[in-house]
Design a protein around this ligand. Structure first.
Ligand SMILES: Cc1cc2nc3c(=O)[nH]c(=O)nc-3n(C[C@H](O)[C@H](O)[C@H](O)COP(=O)(O)OP(=O)(O)OC[C@H]3O[C@@H](n4cnc5c(N)ncnc54)[C@H](O)[C@@H]3O)c2cc1C
Length: 453
């Protein structure tokens, strides 16, 4: 018995895009409701020699969840939280569960899932695993990779594949890259198999969390504060989020708080969490060293206030989408960088990027996870000519970033949009190893064609 495939053109159109703006209408869409139905679908695809691209909520910014060829497999009908085990601190979930829903299910157990992409209310666990998603709190807890205990997947030929983190603390069995197959799936962007189930590690909710919005006179001092915040004894941030002057203006407007430090040139949102009361005085003193005034600092204390603070950050991508919308019909699009450098070099990298952007007549809006040396520079390209100009500027910036020991993609993955930049970073042997892994899992190249390689 074969699974029903959607082929109605209007239904297919609903799966033709992700947030990158790339559009490709799949030939058919499958919505399996279980691991077993996924096996069936993949066998059918194998017998008809069809390519299959997995898609969760299609919030990818890189075209990774757009099907370049043949079929799209939506995981949205596999969205059950199968088990939460408070003793082991493990949640067993299907891939279509939204991260926000998982958080709400864990909360009554006093537990949470640490990865917190800004899109957590819209994106799926499967997508987060496949992209190794991260977020503000990654500074303290690490990206999704650190929180995946096991995966169950269906391979291109319909066979089962299960991998769990090895429990041993020592291991000398050959090459390190072959020790833990869970790591192959985290960040594989749908190219190795379809994840149908995962065990996720949970953490106890901290007793005390304090959020602070600290405005600074200019970007330089804000960025210097971020480095000091990572290196000063007595403070222990779990996130250090940077807003340039324009981003801060957007956030201020979203908060309906026009009077909040209107002359500031930048703002840093930080959180400290733990069992003891976070050291507010130490934070204020550190801010003061870099020109922040106590009267400008906003304190976000308690669950409600911290949710408000997240709105600050959420307002930014939404505003950039709004600014881009009028230009979409004429071939414009929003373009955003995802590069990162070692955190101490972030100010130097941003200065180089500013020079390059100015040479191209561009002035992006910059915000992001500077505690990890990871800004997002957002461009509104108004037409195809400007898209080309932005691409040139980004390519030049990426070369500068790589010269500083950085990466071209820190959290959104490579997908299709950034595949052209992979070769700038990965050497020929690294690429060969990736191709060998792909060959071992998907020799016919039928999974997520166009992603990464
Ligand atoms: C407003 C906004 C804010 C964002 N903020 C962040 C952020 O802070 N941090 C961050 O890391 N990302 C962020 N993103 C990017 C995106 O939300 C994340 O990459 C997210 O993890 C993608 O999840 P998804 O369910 O939308 O996956 P999709 O976009 O549907 O898919 C992404 C990739 O995962 C693969 N995939 C999906 N499900 C499976 C599966 N079950 N098995 C195998 N492969 C699968 C797809 O083939 C594709 O390659 C943001 C995006 C938006 C629009």
């Amino acid at each position: 018995m074969s699974l029903t495939l959607l082929r109605d053109p209007s239904a297919l159109e609903g799966y033709a895009r992700d947030v990158s703006g790339l559009r490709s209408v799949p030939e058919a869409v499958a919505r399996p409701e279980s691991h077993e139905e996924t096996v069936e679908l993949m066998r059918q695809a194998a017998s008809e020699r069809r390519c299959v691209t997995a898609a969760g909520a299609q919030t990818s910014t890189t075209g990774a969840s757009v099907a370049a060829l043949d079929w799209l497999l939506s995981t949205r009908a596999m969205a059950r939280i199968l088990d939460i085990d408070p003793a082991r601190r493990i949640a067993r979930v299907e891939p279509g569960v939204l991260i926000g829903d998982l958080q709400r299910a864990c909360a009554p157990h006093g537990l949470f899932f640490a990865p917190d992409p800004t899109s957590e209310e819209e994106c799926t666990v499967g997508g987060a695993i496949a992209c190794n998603a991260s977020g503000p709190r990654t500074l303290r807890y690490g990206p999704t990779r650190a929180h995946v205990q096991s995966v169950r997947a269906v391979l291109a030929d319909g066979t089962d594949f299960t991998a769990a983190r090895p429990g041993v603390e020592k291991n000398t069995v050959g090459f390190h890259l072959a020790h833990d197959p869970v790591d192959w799936f985290v960040g594989s962007e749908g190219t190795l198999g379809i994840v149908t189930e995962a065990e996720l590690r949970l953490l106890p909710v901290p007793v005390q969390v304090l959020g602070l919005g600290v405005p600074f006179p200019d970007a330089e001092r804000a960025l210097a504060f971020i480095v000091a915040a990572r290196e000063t004894a007595g403070v222990a941030p779990r996130c250090l989020e940077y807003f340039d002057g324009e981003s801060f203006a957007i956030a201020r407007a979203a908060m309906g708080d026009a009077a909040w430090a209107p002359n500031a040139g930048a703002m840093v949102y930080l959180e400290e969490a733990g069992d003891r009361e976070p050291p507010l005085d130490a934070w204020l003193a550190l801010g003061e060293q870099f020109g922040a005034r106590d009267v400008d600092v906003r304190v976000f204390d308690g669950e409600h206030a911290l949710r408000e603070a997240r709105r600050l950050r959420h307002a930014l991508p939404a505003a950039m989408h709004e600014r881009t919308a009028p230009y979409l019909p004429q071939g414009g699009r929003r373009m955003s960088t995802d590069w990162a450098v070692p955190y101490r070099l972030a100010a130097a990298a941003l200065a180089q990027a500013a020079t390059i952007n100015a040479e191209h007549g561009l002035s992006p809006v910059t915000y992001g996870h500077l505690g990890n040396g990871h800004p997002h520079q957002n461009f509104v390209a108004r037409d195809p000519a400007e898209v080309t100009r932005v691409e040139q500027a980004i390519a030049e910036t990426l070369r500068a970033v790589l010269a500083m020991g950085g990466t071209v993609a820190a959290e959104h993955g490579i997908g299709k949009v950034k595949a052209k930049w992979l070769g700038l970073q990965a050497g020929s042997r690294q690429l060969a190893v990736m191709r060998a892994l792909k060959q071992a899992f998907d020799p016919e190249g039928r999974l997520a064609p166009g992603n990464i390689l």
